[in-house]
Design a protein around this ligand. Structure first.
Ligand SMILES: [Zn+2]
Length: 141
């Protein structure tokens, strides 16, 4: 059971890191070659990856403040009945993030939501509310 799950995870990871091989399958005459190449590449990647899993999963610099702002953006816009066009949304995000000290961590964006729990939402929400009110009173359109 655990072995099957492991194999599935590897397939998912492979699809994630090799999106180009999937895209190129659109060209049907190369399809079989592509599969063969993909298969051997997959084997090579996973032969190395057993030693260093960190190279496999997406390691990125994440601003946890941005994550928390995005989590509460739509609710706050709705609560204050603010315009939700791209211009206003982007202005709100920019104003809010400029108000807040960034909080960078290194990790997989898949886990950003979990990591963001270490940020106090209170501070973020008050900055977000101020930004929403500011944009609502002076929308740039
Ligand atoms: Zn707007």
């Amino acid at each position: 059971m655990s072995h099957a799950k492991n194999a599935l995870d590897k397939d998912l990871m492979f699809q994630k890191i090799m999106p180009s091989s999937k895209d190129r399958n659109v060209c049907s005459e190369e399809e079989s070659e592509e599969d063969a190449a993909g298969g051997s590449l997959r084997a090579r990647i996973f032969a190395q990856s057993e030693a260093s899993m960190s190279a496999m999963s997406g390691i990125h610099v994440i601003n946890l403040m941005e994550e928390v702002v995005m989590q509460h953006l739509d609710d706050t816009i709705e609560k204050f009945n603010c315009c939700r066009c791209d211009q206003c949304r982007s202005d709100i995000i920019a104003i809010t993030l400029n108000e807040l000290p960034p909080k960078y961590v290194v990790g997989d964006p898949k886990h950003a939501k979990e990591l963001a729990k270490q940020v106090s939402t209170k501070e973020v929400l008050s900055a977000l509310v101020r930004a929403v009110i500011k944009v609502r009173s002076h929308p740039r359109h």
